[in-house]
Structures are given as structure tokens and as C-alpha cells.
Design a protein around this ligand. Structure first.
Ligand SMILES: *Cc1c(COP(=O)(O)O)cnc(C)c1O
Length: 401
């Protein structure tokens, strides 16, 4: 459809692909082509497409009850919250429909904690360059990226950005009005940039010393993506508050804000709310996602497959040093930094019927469903290798010319 007749906001530069259905890690277009999906709905389709357990859970719930509102008790919420608490640092959970809303809840929870702790003056949050926290007015201010802030009026007050990874800069940015520190353990949209475990430990110590809330944005890294239930386990550092979304719903719009009981103590009746968040459909799917991800051995398998994938990419880098500059990431959140524009790399892959997602810092992200098999990783490697060979031939032609 041409831009002119398209009734949609022009906010997305969409690829010319019309997907009709999905099966596991495969997407089938309206014209019958099959694509290997290593975009995974941007880290959302944690169990792939049309996973039978998710389809059954959603269908069964759809026939029974869709929505009642948070004026009433919702057993599925209590069950999912209890399971998230059991699997994490948290004691309390608030459900949302998206990542940005989970972040909004996290920011409000941190501010409110300071307010009820006798520090109403503490509302500022330290954030990091290259961060992405969503597209609401507060989360674009938290992310601090000019391209997302421009033209939308005054930036929401209360976010102080520093370079990613330097504890002295964080220390200098903390003042009497600081309520907390917000960080992605691995920046996803920013280009799969991992925070050093030591840096996260230093942030934890600084928060403890100054009475600040440590907030992790695990919207992209959480729920198995890095081979652990949450990425903070890799560093052994627990936050006070955590935002989750994307993979937790496996494709159903679902997010959650997790907190310790202490951190959540200001979030009393009437302070926050949502119409759709935590509705029975979302809870049925979220519980079904956890049935699979928390099953014995599942995350071991993810780590195993991820290692195979990463080792294969490392050997590809050795064979195509002219095309692959770097491979980085954790688990099945992997970034390949090409020496050609990332958009060109993604398009070349697409011609080989494989899908990947661009990210900042000229990175190509691979975010396959967590159920991807070793054979499917090998198939992906064939296609990535073919793309590299094509790009390499192209670049030697252009340098010969
Ligand atoms: C995607 C993402 C968000 C925003 O989530 P939405 O569901 O798009 O609102 C926030 N933080 C991180 C780290 C993300 O990857």
C-alpha cells in the first residue's frame, strides 16, 4: 500500500512483508514464502509462534472470561504474581499492558517510596546514555534520546543522564533530590551493550549507601532471554524495582512492575491503576508462558542453544573479518556489529529469508524465540553466512572498482 492511501500513522518504516501465519520460529507470508524469524517480535515471541500451550491457554480463557476490571479480584493475577515473586527478588507485582507502562509504574514506585519515607524532595532518577525505556512522555525523558524527544514539548522533569558504565559520573549526578537509578542490565535498543557486573554491584552499593531505589529495566532482557529468568542473576545484583514486559506475554500485550515490599510501600489503594492491566486473558497467557519457561531444564536448554549460536557467530567473524566487526550479548539477546550499515545487513538477510532487528550503534540484533532448536540455529547460520558472503563479494567489488 502506498504511503498516500495508507490510513495508518506514518510512524513506522515497515518492511514490505505481509505475514499470514507463524509456526514456531517460522513466519509464512501471504504469498507463501517462509522466513526464519530471529526478530521474534522484538524479543516478544518467547515461545515462538502458535505455541500449542499458549494457544490452548488463551482459547480456554477466551471461552470463559475476558475482562472484569481491577475493581474485582482476579485469581490469575494472584497466581502469576506469586510465581514471579517465587522466581525473583520481588515481593509485590503490578500488571500492565506494555513495557513503557511497567516503567511508568517503576518510576512512580521509586518516587512514592521516597515520599512516604520522609523525602518528598527526592524525585529525580539517574539514567544512562544509549538507554531505551519506551515512548510515553516520561519514558522518552528517561531514555534521553534527542530523536525521540524532539518536537514533543518540554522534556518531563526529573531525569539526569550520564555515560553508561562510569560509577564516578553516577556518583557526581546523585544529589539531594535523587530518588533512584534506572538501568537496563543489557541495553537492547541501544545496541546490545552489557553493563559490567562490577558496575551493577557499584550501583547497588551506591543506592544502599544513599537510600536510593535501584531500578532495572528488564523489559527486553527478562523472562529467560539471557538464559536466566532475569538478567540480573548473571551479575548477582538484585534491584529494588524491576520492569518486565515483552517476552512475559509471548505475544499477548503484558507487562509487570516487580518490587520488594519495602520499595512498594508507598503504592497504596488509589495511588496507581490501570483498566486493562492484569486482565484474565493476559493472566492466562502469562501463566502459560511461565509453565514452559520455569519448567525444569528449560533455561539450561536456552543457555546451551545460545552458546552454540554465539560460538558459530564468533567463527563467522573469523571468516568474514571484512563484514563482521563484533559479536556481543548474553543468551539469546545477541548483537552482531557489521562493517556495513546495519540496515543493509538486515535487508540482505531478508533476501535469504531470515529476519533480524536493527539496533543502535549500527548493530543487528538476533532475538529468536527461546524454543529455537540447534538445527534451527544451524539453518540461521547458513543464511547469515550466505548474507556475509554476498556482502563480502559486494564490498570487494566496490573496493576493486
Ligand atoms: C521495548 C522496551 C521498552 C518499551 O516497551 P513497550 O512495550 O514498547 O512500551 C522499554 N524498555 C526496554 C528495555 C525495551 O526493550
Amino acid at each position: 500500500m502506498s504511503e498516500h492511501d495508507n490510513p495508518l500513522f506514518a510512524t513506522f518504516a515497515r518492511a514490505d512483508l505481509r505475514v499470514e501465519r507463524g509456526e514456531g520460529v517460522w513466519l509464512v507470508t501471504e504469498d507463501g514464502r517462509r522466513f526464519l524469524d530471529f526478530t521474534g517480535g522484538i524479543a516478544v515471541n518467547s515461545l515462538g509462534h502458535a505455541h500449542p500451550h499458549l494457544v490452548a491457554a488463551l482459547s480456554e480463557q477466551a471461552a470463559r472470561l475476558w475482562h472484569v476490571s481491577n475493581l474485582f479480584q482476579i485469581p490469575g493475577q494472584e497466581r502469576l504474581a506469586a510465581r514471579l515473586v517465587e522466581a525473583s527478588f520481588a515481593d509485590k507485582v503490578f500488571f500492565t499492558n506494555s513495557g513503557a507502562e511497567a516503567l511508568e509504574c517503576a518510576i512512580k514506585t521509586a518516587r512514592r517510596y521516597q515520599y512516604v519515607s520522609g523525602h518528598p524532595e527526592r524525585f529525580r532518577i539517574v539514567t544512562f546514555e544509549g538507554a531505551f525505556h519506551g515512548r510515553t512522555l516520561a519514558t522518552i525523558a528517561a531514555g534521553g534520546q534527542k530523536k525521540y524527544l524532539e518536537g514533543f514539548g518540554p522534556k518531563v522533569e526529573g531525569f539526569d543522564q550520564v555515560a553508561f558504565g562510569d560509577i564516578e559520573l553516577v556518583r557526581a549526578a546523585v544529589g539531594p533530590e535523587t530518588a533512584g537509578i534506572l538501568i537496563e542490565p543489557i541495553q537492547g535498543e541501544g545496541g546490545v551493550r552489557s553493563a559490567a557486573p562490577e558496575f551493577l554491584r557499584q550501583l547497588r552499593a551506591l543506592c544502599d549507601e544513599q537510600g536510593l531505589m535501584l531500578i532495572f529495566d528488564e523489559v527486553q532482557t527478562g523472562v529467560g532471554r539471557t538464559g536466566r529468568f532475569f538478567a540480573y542473576e548473571n551479575a548477582g545484583v538484585e534491584p529494588d524495582i524491576l520492569a518486565s514486559a515483552k517476552g512475559i506475554g509471548g505475544g499477548f500485550p503484558l507487562g509487570a512492575c516487580l518490587a520488594t515490599a519495602e520499595a512498594a510501600k508507598g503504592m497504596t489503594a488509589g495511588t496507581h491503576g490501570t483498566t486493562f492491566g492484569g486482565n484474565p486473558l493476559g493472566m492466562a497467557v502469562g501463566n502459560a508462558v511461565l509453565d514452559v519457561i520455569l519448567a525444569d531444564g528449560f533455561l539450561d536448554e536456552v543457555r546451551h542453544t545460545a552458546l552454540l549460536f554465539k560460538q558459530s557467530l564468533a567463527s563467522l567473524k573469523d571468516r568474514f573479518p571484512d563484514i563482521v566487526e563484533e559479536v556481543r550479548g548474553e543468551g539469546l539477546l545477541i548483537g552482531l556489529k557489521p562493517r556495513v550499515p546495519n540496515g543493509q545487513f538486515v535487508e540482505t538477510l531478508r533476501r535469504h529469508q531470515m529476519l533480524a532487528a536493527p539496533a543502535g550503534d549500527n548493530v543487528v540484533r538476533f532475538l529468536p524465540p527461546l524454543v529455537v532448536s540447534a538445527d534451527e540455529v544451524r539453518e540461521a547460520m547458513n543464511r547469515i553466512e550466505a548474507a556475509c558472503a554476498e556482502l563480502s563479494a559486494g564490498s570487494s567489488e566496490s573496493s576493486a572498482a
